[in-house]
Write a protein that binds this ligand. Structure first.
Ligand SMILES: Cc1cc2nc3c(=O)[nH]c(=O)nc-3n(C[C@H](O)[C@H](O)[C@H](O)COP(=O)(O)O)c2cc1C
Length: 228
């Protein structure tokens, strides 16, 4: 009887030990999903990335989340190119520009994937706004999976058209750089019109100034502030 109890104790001990190991391993490898408010509040543009490839199925899911964005008249005037091929990635990198205050990522910290967002002006007049909504969905979805991203608008578009054989009737709206983050810029609240919202570096960490909500929020009429 006593022996049985000891064996059972050993069994449970090894079971929980193995279970904990599995948990640790899966939390390191799996993409944990954060709740939507945490995603919105903690997302920052990431420009330095770990050299870990993103699973293509996950990229497909992120683009799919992008394509669920609202669009005027539900016209969905968008298409997307996912870039994972190393040679193509290099070409994209040569044709995009980074926020000067952040600087260009070095070779060992370059994005490991890109999503090129294409808008179709023939499908909808509001293709730019609609594609912007899709872009934001992509950034938030990616961050929900622990993937950092940067919306790039400064693009050498002529080259991107050629490299990816993009039909001329489509507009390149944005290139979204992606990868597992190797930096975490910080957020700083500032007063509207009082201080400059230009990002800057402090102790080699990028600081992103954002207007404090009470400076830009009006209740029921312009300039009526929230009393609390
Ligand atoms: C339309 C648009 C274009 C952008 N273009 C670039 C760009 O070309 N290069 C870059 O490094 N960041 C670009 N960004 C990212 C902004 O610099 C970034 O969103 C801003 O500094 C605020 O930082 P946050 O995204 O961390 O909140 C762009 C963002 C938007 C919305």
């Amino acid at each position: 009887m006593k022996k049985n109890i000891i064996n059972l104790t050993y069994f449970f001990f090894f079971f929980f030990f193995f279970f904990s190991l599995c948990q640790i391993f899966s939390s390191q490898t799996k993409n944990k999903i954060k709740d939507i408010h945490t995603i919105i509040r903690t997302r920052r543009s990431i420009r330095k990335f770990k050299q870990i490839e993103i699973d293509i199925k996950l990229l497909r899911q992120i683009v799919s989340d992008g394509s669920l964005a609202p669009s005027a008249g539900n016209k969905q005037p968008w298409e997307f190119i996912v870039v994972t091929n190393k040679e193509k990635r290099k070409k994209v990198f040569e044709n995009i520009y980074w926020l000067p205050q952040a600087g260009r990522p070095k070779l060992s910290q370059q994005p490991t994937a890109y999503i090129i967002v294409l808008g179709n002006p023939k499908v909808s007049e509001s293709y730019l706004i609609d594609c912007a909504a899709a872009c934001e969905n992509i950034l938030l979805s990616a961050w929900g999976y622990g993937i950092g991203s940067c919306w790039i608008g400064a693009i050498n578009k002529n080259e991107i058209y050629k490299i990816f054989e993009i039909p001329k009737e489509l507009e390149i709206v944005a290139v979204i750089a992606l990868g597992y983050p190797d930096e975490l810029p910080t957020l700083e609240y500032i007063k509207h019109n009082k201080s400059s919202p230009t990002p800057y570096k402090k102790d080699n960490i990028l600081v992103i100034p954002k207007y404090h909500i009470d400076n830009i929020l009006h209740i029921d009429r312009y300039n009526k502030k929230l009393n609390y």
